[in-house]
Write a protein that binds this ligand. Structure first.
Ligand SMILES: Nc1ncnc2c1ncn2[C@@H]1O[C@H](COP(=O)(O)OP(=O)(O)OP(=O)(O)O)[C@@H](O)[C@H]1O
Length: 267
């Protein structure tokens, strides 16, 4: 469970990115955060693995106040919180398997990881994770030879290899075309269901939020201005969150999840 109690974050330049956030996210929820650029979505999710540190309040992850962690505890936290970025953050010149096995770094001692000495179980886990996102045939391909969607699936496999309790995905489909975006969201949703991993995704696109989220949280100016089940949300909810009319670029469009993954799983 993730619990924000009166959490605020003021950046050194004075920007109030989070203002008195109170929020509880239960294990296994699939939450989509929406809001205009600058609303505080990234700051909200990046505080969960302490990529940014709130300046006030209490932030609990599985009952532990993560604002009071020492270095070792912070490393343990980051082992159980996986992160997916818009631009994949793969090591471009490394093979797919090397990138994916890096998900075990938090569990491996430093010398072994420098020497690339991973156990058979870890390698098997990495391979199984690639299989789960249907990309196992690319195991020895260099990452920079993959398409954007394939790279994002490798980054999902890397996170799975980490065996996290929580996945944070910061605009994971912003650089992808509509069909590939649906494919990536479908895999994230599947993993969330199968492994009961709490999944929190920042998205710009309202149609994708409605299609994949269980729960939608709307942010504006560092505050939560909407929080409810996706079934309760419609266009006017988004207009309230955004404080303006919905525009074409708020919609991703594209095929449905089912058509996309079954038709062409390896694109
Ligand atoms: N490192 C930083 N230093 C100072 N201000 C920052 C920093 N990072 C973000 N901000 C500011 O904090 C506010 C919230 O930013 P944040 O990136 O969380 O919003 P966002 O909703 O994720 O936006 P986007 O969709 O554009 O990524 C914005 O005003 C932003 O300019």
């Amino acid at each position: 469970m993730i619990e924000y109690n009166d959490v605020s974050l003021v950046y050194p330049n004075g920007t109030k990115a989070l203002q008195n956030i109170n929020l509880t996210i239960n294990q296994g929820e699939f939450v989509v955060i929406v809001g205009l650029s600058g609303a505080g979505k990234s700051t909200l999710i990046r505080s969960i693995n302490r990529l940014v540190t709130p300046t006030a309040g209490q932030l609990l992850v599985d009952n532990q106040d993560i604002l009071k962690l020492n270095t070792k505890q912070l490393r343990q936290l980051r082992t159980k919180v996986g992160m997916i970025f818009q631009h994949h953050n793969l090591v471009k010149r490394s093979t797919v398997i090397k990138n994916v096995i890096a998900g075990r770094l938090g569990y491996t001692n430093t010398l072994k990881s420098i020497l690339n000495l991973y156990s058979k179980q870890d390698l098997q886990l990495a391979y199984d994770s690639l299989k789960r996102v249907n990309i196992e045939e690319k195991v020895y391909t260099r990452s920079d030879q993959l398409s954007g969607g394939q790279q994002q699936r490798v980054s999902i496999a890397r996170v799975l290899t980490q065996q996290p309790n929580i996945i944070l995905a910061d605009e994971p489909v912003a650089s992808l075309d509509p069909p590939t975006s649906h494919q990536v969201m479908t895999y994230l949703k599947r993993v969330n269901r199968e492994d009961n991993i709490t999944t929190i995704v920042n998205l710009h696109f309202i149609d994708m939020a409605m299609e994949y989220a269980d729960r939608i949280i709307g942010m504006r100016d560092g505050k939560i201005v909407f929080d409810g089940p996706a079934s309760m949300v419609n266009e006017s909810t988004f207009e309230q969150i955004y404080g303006r009319k919905i525009r074409d670029d708020d919609i991703r469009g594209g095929t449905t999840e089912h058509e996309q993954t079954s038709v062409n799983p390896s694109n």
